[in-house]
Unconditional design. Structure first.
Length: 426
């Protein structure tokens, strides 16, 4: 039995330091990696996605495989969403109601085969029944979930962070695909997670982290699923991690959400933006090259667009400017200069001796005095997805950085809040 931990304890207990990395360098035998794709049994009906159809294309680009990379251990399918260690703990389910050509039901998005698996047909019931507002939604309700063992297999307790950051990236990928189709989306973090996990048949092996609604609200209330969906394991084998399970449960307490919902107003050219979704990759090195001020501010602009959610966990953005034409190198909080200087070596060191942090043009840090760890990390991941896509759109490289010496980084930035995530562009 784990002692009951408070919200900040999960952050505290998963910090990296110079010493912790020496003691546990995180080596795993690649041959034991759990399966990265969930498959429902063959008897569930599948519908192939036809990319000529805008609805199918919308669903496909929330999660698509966009390239294959060969490693010694075999081929890796890389996707529109990045993932810490390319372990892809996230899955997508989508309830579809009142959309031409698709049966009303709950589908699992089977990324590997580019298809939708119908796992539940709707009658008078649906996912609305688990939301705070249970009125019928005509359109789509996406659920992002985590098959956490895919990540805890390697990252142990710190995988709690990566599950939430990866979920946030996936939310960002859905936001992006919706933008291409001119759809507006609303992100929900508060709903009856436990009942939903039970009814979706997740046992303790998978959990829902967020929902996104793309559709119109009707007056009629909807009841919860009339029968549970059978359990299907998202991996080929499973080892529990009670810390991750307890860390998730701790975030299910209700949080404040007074904020009015504002929609982001991106100014991308849609066809080029869709290409950026398809082309997005993590840069594997930078060359200390300079970027222009226009490029920096274009990324900044997309980062600072509102996030369409009522949740009000605030993320402060710190930018370590290393090489932007006309901007003095140094640390900035928002647009306020905190200290000037060349911190390349320090940044490389703080990000666990990663050259991409040292050699980038800008290193962003997302910082928060969060109320809810799950929500704050997902917001950071979503912002990370925006940085990736706007950088790709501009022809720049980008990489998420989830590994940093927590306390030393926080002290160096003189930040009050916790460091949730870093992301480099160049
Ligand atoms: C939460 C998160 C943390 C990451 N941390 C690092 C990191 O510390 N160092 C690194 O080189 N890449 C990092 N990455 C990038 C992943 O390695 C990359 O997304 C994955 O290999 C898939 O490749 P792709 O992004 O090109 O599709 C991170 C990505 C995410 C989403």
């Amino acid at each position: 039995m784990l002692p009951k931990l408070l919200k900040n304890d999960y952050h505290e207990a998963t910090k990296l330091s110079f010493l912790s990395v020496q003691i546990d360098p995180n080596y795993v035998d690649a041959a034991t990696q759990p399966a990265p794709f969930k498959r429902y049994p063959k008897f569930f009906r599948r519908f192939a996605l036809d990319l000529e159809n805008p609805t199918h294309s919308f669903l496909h680009f929330t999660s698509a495989i966009t390239t294959q990379k060969m490693y010694r251990e075999g081929a890796y399918s890389l996707r529109v969403n990045p993932s810490a260690g390319a372990l892809y703990p996230t899955e997508i389910y989508v309830q579809i109601r009142g959309i031409n050509g698709l049966l009303d039901g709950i589908y699992h998005l089977e990324v590997e085969t580019k298809s939708l698996t119908l796992i539940y047909e709707l009658i008078d019931d649906g996912l609305e029944g688990y939301l705070v507002d249970s009125r019928l939604i005509k359109g789509y309700i996406f659920l992002v979930s985590c098959v956490y063992f895919r990540s805890s297999w390697k990252y142990k307790n710190r995988s709690l962070r990566y599950c939430f950051l990866d979920s946030g990236h996936h939310l960002g990928a859905i936001e992006a695909s919706a933008y291409v189709q001119d759809y507006t989306a609303q992100i929900l973090f508060d709903f009856d997670h436990l009942a939903l996990n039970d009814d979706l048949g997740f046992e303790n092996k998978e959990f829902v982290t967020a929902a996104i609604v793309v559709g119109n609200v009707k007056e009629k209330p909807v009841r919860r699923l009339r029968s549970p969906i059978p359990f299907v394991c998202g991996t080929d084998y499973f080892e529990p991690n009670r810390f991750v399970e307890a860390g998730y449960k701790q975030t299910l307490l209700p949080t404040n959400h007074q904020q009015e919902i504002s929609q982001p107003n991106f100014q991308f050219e849609k066809a080029k933006f869709l290409q950026s979704i398809q082309k997005r990759r993590s840069a594997r090195r930078f060359h200390q090259s300079q970027i222009t001020q226009e490029e920096f501010f274009a990324v900044w602009e997309s980062l600072n667009q509102p996030i369409a959610t009522q949740s009000d966990d605030a993320i402060a953005i710190y930018a370590v400017i290393q090489s932007v034409a006309g901007i003095e190198p140094g640390i900035y909080r928002g647009k306020e200069s905190l200290k000037t200087g060349n911190f390349r070596e320090k940044m490389g060191y703080l990000c666990v001796n990663q050259a991409i942090a040292r050699d980038s043009a800008v290193l962003f840090f997302f910082v928060s005095e969060f109320q809810n760890y799950r929500v704050a990390l997902q917001l950071a991941g979503l912002l990370g997805q925006r940085v990736y896509l706007s950088a790709t759109y501009l022809g720049l490289g980008c990489s998420g950085i989830g590994a940093f010496f927590d306390d030393e980084t926080q002290a160096f930035l003189e930040a009050k809040g916790s460091i949730l995530y870093a992301i480099a562009i160049g």
